[in-house]
Design a binder for this molecule. Structure first.
Ligand SMILES: Nc1ncnc2c1ncn2[C@@H]1O[C@H](COP(=O)(O)OP(=O)(O)OP(=O)(O)O)[C@@H](O)[C@H]1O
Length: 123
């Protein structure tokens, strides 16, 4: 196999691993399924209310922030459970800070969602 073909194959494998990670997250984490339902609901609302390009862009950014922080938070939780299954104050600190990242993203998403959809509901 040529080196270009090897590089392309490796990149495609990386995508496959990333998609399989997303699938594992959705299968094993109830939070993942909640995010999926919330994401579909937001997309339906954005279509129904004819959101403009700027509104779509903001919604995509905040939804991606919530997904990314939740995925990383879950990976951190699993890492800590694997490396340090016992109760430890440092593990608590790490997990709580990682959960804080999700909270920040969720608050930003709620604010953006409110700014976009509340006036549309009110109209
Ligand atoms: N090994 C540990 N030592 C000390 N505190 C811990 C430990 N594991 C969990 N905790 C505490 O319990 C909280 C919940 O941790 P857990 O790993 O159960 O996450 P979770 O409830 O599954 O979170 P999520 O809802 O995001 O999936 C942590 O934020 C932390 O405060």
């Amino acid at each position: 196999m040529s080196s270009i073909a090897r590089t392309i194959t490796k990149r495609l494998q990386s995508f496959a691993f990333a998609f399989s990670g997303l699938g594992a997250f959705l299968r094993s984490e109830p939070n993942g399924r909640i995010h999926l339902v919330a994401t579909v609901a937001v997309i339906i609302l954005a279509v129904v209310f004819h959101c403009n390009t700027g509104e779509w862009a903001l919604l995509v950014i905040v939804m991606a922030m919530v997904w990314c922080t939740e995925l990383l938070n879950t990976a951190i939780e699993k890492t800590m459970d694997h490396l340090s299954p016992d109760i430890h104050p440092r593990v608590k600190w790490i997990k709580d800070v990682a959960a804080g990242a999700v909270l920040v993203a969720a608050i930003a998403a709620a604010v953006v969602g409110g700014l976009i959809f509340i006036p549309k509901f009110a109209a």
